[in-house]
Design a protein around this ligand. Structure first.
Ligand SMILES: Cc1cc2nc3c(=O)[nH]c(=O)nc-3n(C[C@H](O)[C@H](O)[C@H](O)COP(=O)(O)O)c2cc1C
Length: 159
């Protein structure tokens, strides 16, 4: 699958099949993150891979939505830099696209109780949880939500 096809096919998936992700595919996803660019190549990020069903349920309960624990893998994306660290979001974006190429779905999650997640996963005080990414085989096939036209999103030479 070429990159543009993965970009077009990617949807936020909020229902997952009860099907595990193989270690081989998981390593591929994590490698996509490893290869992402970061400012000055500092790589100020860390992903926590959560597969344990009990922990997934606890994480689910620390989120505003109830589908997150159904995903066989939840990535918890952390930054040692800032709460909305750009570096970490690029890492996660790389992973979402490779996930599509592997037939997987995912969903960015920003609505969660950060203190609760930090407590559950022993995340140190100075580390920020930037987002969560549940990943699994999609059990839904949502339409693409409408995008603004390029004419509204892009200007040339000046704002
Ligand atoms: C930074 C960011 C935060 C998001 N947070 C949530 C969230 O907390 N819960 C959720 O269900 N979707 C969340 N989303 C998914 C968006 O709702 C979704 O990307 C948007 O509606 C467009 O749909 P699409 O991803 O299928 O193209 C988030 C997306 C981004 C990029």
């Amino acid at each position: 699958m070429d990159v543009m096809e993965a970009i077009r096919k990617r949807r936020s998936i909020r229902a997952y099949k009860n099907e595990p992700i193989s270690d081989e595919i998981l390593q591929k996803l994590l490698t996509a993150g490893q290869l992402a660019p970061t400012g000055n190549n500092k790589q100020p990020w860390k992903l926590i891979v959560v597969r344990d069903p009990e922990m997934r349920k606890k994480i689910n309960d620390a989120c505003a939505q109830d589908f997150i624990g159904d995903a066989p893998v939840i990535l918890v994306a952390c930054s040692s830099k800032e709460p909305k660290d750009m570096n970490t979001t690029i890492v996660v974006d790389h992973i979402t696209l490779v996930a599509v190429a592997e037939g997987l779905g995912s969903c960015w999650i920003r609505s969660f109780d950060e203190a609760k997640i930090k407590e559950l996963l022993d995340i140190p005080e100075e580390i920020h949880v930037v987002c969560l990414l549940p990943i699994g085989y999609p059990a839904e096939n949502p339409e693409m939500p409408e995008r603004k036209p390029l004419s509204e999103l892009v200007s040339y030479e000046k704002y």
